[in-house]
Design a protein around this ligand. Structure first.
Ligand code: ADP
Length: 467
C-alpha cells in the first residue's frame, strides 16, 4: 500500500518537474518563434519597399533618358513581363491626364481619390492603412521634371497572407512542441528519478524490517545519483559491520564474564558456609583477586571489541619505537632478572612510526610479558625492529617453551590458552588485544614457534605508520 502511495507521489513529482521543464521549453520556443516572426515581417516589408523604390527610380531614369514615350514603352514591357501583377502603377502627364494605370484585381472598385491628395502627389512615400482587403497600402511617388507624375504602389496583402500562414503553422508546431515537452519532461524526469526512488525504497525497507543487509540497486553509470547509491551502500555496509560487531562484542563479554563471576560467587559462598573468621578472611582475599580479574578481563574485552569494531580512538602521532619498547622492557626487567633471563632490545633509536603511543606500549608490554612468562630460567629474549618492504616490523624472540603447532592458529583467539601455559597466570586475552590494536593501526601480526625451542612474535605496522 505504502509503496503504491510512494509510487504515485513519485509520479506526481515527476509530472510537476516535467511540467516545469515543458513550460521553460515552450516559453523558449514561443520567444524564438515571435522573434523569427518579427524579423520575417520586417524583412518582407523591407523587400517590398525596396522593390517599389527600385521600380520608381528605373522609371525616373528612363523618363529622363527617353522621355514619356520611352517610359511608356518600359512600363508596357514591365506589364507584359508580369511585373505589375499585384502592383498599382499610375502615370500622369502635365495636364494631370492619366496616361497609364494598372491596379491589382479588386482595386478598381476602391476609391483611389487619395492618390490625388497633395500628400500623395509629392515625391515620397504614402501609406494607406485600410485598403478594401484590410492590408496596408504603400505608394511611392516621383514627380519628374516636366510635371510627369509616376506612382507605384503595393498592397501588403501577399506578405500578410504569408505571415498569417506562418502564424497558423507556428501555432500548430508550438502546440506539438508543448505536448512533446510535457510528455518528454515527464518521462525523462521519471527515468532520472529512478535511482532516488530505489534509494528511498531501500531506506524504507531497512526502517520497516530493521534488516541492514538491504542495498541500493546500482547501475554501471557514473552519474551522481549512482555515485550516491554507492556511497549509501558503503555506509550501510559499515553500519552493518559495526552493529554485528557490537552485538558480537556484547555476547562475548556476557559469555566471558560468566565464568569469573561464577568463580567469584563460589568463593564468597564457600567462605560464608565455612563460617569461621579465618576462612572468611581468606574468602574475601580470594574474592578481591577474582574481582580484579573480572575488572581486568572486562577492560581487555572492551578494548578488543573497540579495536575490532573500529570504534577505538587512536591518538596517532610520530612515536619513537625504541622508547616504547624500552618502557615495556623496564616494566618486566625485574621479573626477567629473577628468572636470570637476558632481555635485550636492539631497536634503532631513530626508528619512528605513526601510531597511538599508549596502545603501542600495550602491544609491546603484552609481547614482552608473554616472552618473560613463557621462558624458563636462564633463557634469552631479543627485541628487534626495522623497516620492511611494506612498513616497520617489530619482533620479540624468546628461547622459551614454544607453542605446539596445533595451538599456533588459536593463540590470537580470545581466552585461548595452550595446555602448556595453564600453570602460568593469565587471562588468555593479551595476544587478542595485540592483534586487535595492530589491525586497528592497519598492520598485521605473525608468530613462528617450535615447542621447546622458543617463539618469535612479529608485528608489522603499515608504511603509512612510518615517518
Ligand atoms: P595469556 O594470558 O595466557 O598469556 P595470551 O593471549 O597472551 O594469553 O596468549 C595466549 C596463549 O598463547 C598463551 O596462553 C600461551 O599458550 C601462548 N603464548 C603466548 N605467548 C607465548 C610465548 N612467548 N611462548 C609460548 N607460548 C606463548
Amino acid at each position: 500500500m505504502s509503496s503504491r502511495v510512494n509510487e504515485s507521489i513519485g509520479r506526481a513529482f515527476a509530472l510537476r518537474l516535467g511540467l516545469w521543464y515543458a513550460a521553460l521549453f515552450v516559453a523558449s520556443a514561443v520567444t524564438l518563434s515571435v522573434a523569427t516572426y518579427a524579423l520575417l515581417a520586417r524583412a518582407l516589408a523591407a523587400q517590398d519597399h525596396d522593390a517599389l523604390a527600385s521600380m520608381l527610380s528605373r522609371y525616373a531614369v528612363e523618363y529622363q533618358d527617353e522621355g514619356l514615350n520611352g517610359l511608356q514603352t518600359m512600363i508596357t514591357a514591365d506589364a507584359g513581363q508580369g511585373r505589375h501583377e499585384r502592383l498599382l502603377v499610375r502615370v500622369m502627364n502635365q495636364r494631370t491626364e492619366v496616361v497609364y494605370f494598372t491596379a491589382p484585381p479588386g482595386w478598381g472598385a476602391f476609391d483611389l481619390s487619395w492618390l490625388d491628395r497633395p500628400a500623395a502627389r509629392r515625391s515620397g512615400w504614402t501609406t494607406i492603412d485600410s485598403p478594401p482587403d484590410g492590408a496596408v497600402f504603400e505608394v511611392g511617388t516621383a514627380m519628374l521634371d516636366d510635371g510627369i507624375l509616376v506612382q507605384v504602389g503595393r498592397s501588403s496583402h501577399v506578405r500578410d497572407e504569408l505571415l498569417a500562414n506562418f502564424r497558423a503553422r507556428g501555432l500548430q508546431v508550438l502546440a506539438l512542441i508543448a505536448v512533446a515537452a510535457v510528455a518528454g519532461g515527464f518521462l525523462i524526469t521519471r527515468a532520472g528519478l529512478a535511482p532516488l526512488r530505489a534509494l528511498e525504497s531501500t531506506v524504507r525497507s531497512i526502517l520497516r524490517t530493521g534488516q541492514l543487509d538491504a542495498r541500493v540497486p546500482l547501475t554501471h553509470s557514473s552519474d551522481p545519483l549512482n555515485e550516491l547509491g554507492t556511497r549509501v551502500n558503503e555506509m550501510l555496509g559499515r553500519i552493518q559491520a559495526l552493529v554485528v560487531g557490537m552485538r558480537g562484542a556484547l555476547d562475548n563479554v556476557a559469555h566471558d564474564l560468566r565464568t569469573p563471576l561464577t568463580r567469584f560467587r563460589n568463593v564468597a559462598e564457600s567462605a560464608l558456609v565455612a563460617g569461621n573468621p579465618e576462612s572468611m578472611r581468606e574468602g574475601l582475599a580470594h574474592a578481591l583477586e577474582e574481582a580484579d580479574r573480572v575488572s581486568a578481563t572486562l577492560t581487555a574485552l572492551m578494548d578488543i571489541s573497540e579495536a575490532e569494531t573500529g570504534t577505538m580512538v587512536l591518538a596517532r602521532e610520530p612515536v619513537h619505537l625504541a622508547s616504547v619498547v624500552d618502557e615495556a622492557v623496564s616494566l618486566y626487567a625485574d621479573e626477567a632478572d629473577d628468572k636470570a633471563i637476558t632481555l635485550q632490545s636492539h631497536v634503532p633509536s631513530a626508528l619512528q612510526v605513526v601510531g597511538d603511543r599508549t596502545r603501542l606500549r600495550q602491544v609491546c608490554a603484552n609481547l614482552v610479558e608473554n616472552a618473560v612468562k613463557y621462558t624458563e630460567r636462564g633463557g634469552r629474549i631479543d627485541i628487534d625492529a626495522g623497516p620492511t618492504g611494506d612498513g616497520v616490523s617489530l619482533t620479540v624472540r624468546d628461547t622459551g617453551i614454544g607453542i605446539d603447532p596445533a595451538d599456533i592458529p588459536h593463540v590470537w583467539d580470545r581466552l585461548y590458552r595452550a595446555d602448556a601455559s595453564r600453570t602460568t597466570r593469565g587471562l588468555g586475552l593479551g595476544l587478542s588485544l595485540v592483534k586487535a590494536v595492530v589491525v586497528a593501526h592497519g598492520g598485521r601480526v605473525d608468530v613462528a614457534s617450535m615447542p621447546g625451542q622458543g617463539s618469535s612474535f612479529t608485528v608489522v605496522l603499515p608504511a603509512s605508520a612510518r615517518t
